[in-house]
Design a protein around this ligand. Sequence first.
Ligand code: FE
Length: 207
Amino acid sequence: MAHDGHHHHDEDEGSELSPIALRVKALESLLTEKGYIDPKALDVLIETYETKIGPRNGARVVAKAWTDEAFADWLKRDATAAIASVGYEGRQGEHMVALFNTPETHNMVVCTLCSCYPWPVLGLPPVWYKSMPYRSRVVIEPREVLKEFGIALAEDKDVRVWDSTAELRYLVIPERPAGTEGLTEEQLAELVTRDSMIGTGFAKTPQ
Ligand code: FE
């Protein structure tokens, strides 16, 4: 599948900086030098988009899928439209596919060529998602990689690894945890972690 023409400008192989990354660094240095920004504040901002603000969108989609059967069906048939109906659409999320975890099947997402990631629902990709070890190993030994994330899968559970591309971005719908029958959609969304929507984690159980 083609990974061309979408974001190679901001992808790095190894430690060499791309032209865009260099420009951003130069801009950051200049603004810091002039006293306009604090680099530590920038780090906090980026961290917030990686772990808090970004993935909250996806968490709301998952919680809605858990509580609304018609919405879950729509997600299975046309994830792009179903997700857009909740208000999340845009660049790097034009063609979404929802992967439903079940007692029989666990889904994981990777981009083996670069770092394609569903921005509108998950925000910025975590550093490990873009790392060479994750990208190469998850395809060969997904169970080993999962163990390193603290996830032990039952032996008889199938693991499917999905390779993202410029055309397709995946959102894993984790299994709904036991003991969550009485929770509201909002409370359920709190249980949905970023990693559970990439397939490197499970949704949290209440308390
Ligand atoms: Fe990619």
